[in-house]
Write a protein of this length. Structure first.
Length: 59
């Protein structure tokens, strides 16, 4: 489970982690749409310095 959503991975799935990019908030929010996805949820850190976006394939 990731961010309250089921996550299904195949046994040999390769997962990359710890990529770090710096975007302003507006650009970050627009990126999923530009990639053909839709934002499902946004998670802002308590100090408002970090934003994570859960996205899914646009339907």
């Amino acid at each position: 489970m990731l961010a309250g959503e089921p996550l299904h991975l195949e046994a040999s799935a390769y997962i990359e982690m710890n990529w770090s990019y710096k975007y302003d908030r507006e650009t970050m929010v627009d990126l999923p749409t530009l990639a053909g996805m839709q934002s499902v949820a946004q998670y802002l850190s308590t100090d408002e310095r970090f934003l994570a976006i859960l996205a899914s394939i646009a339907r």
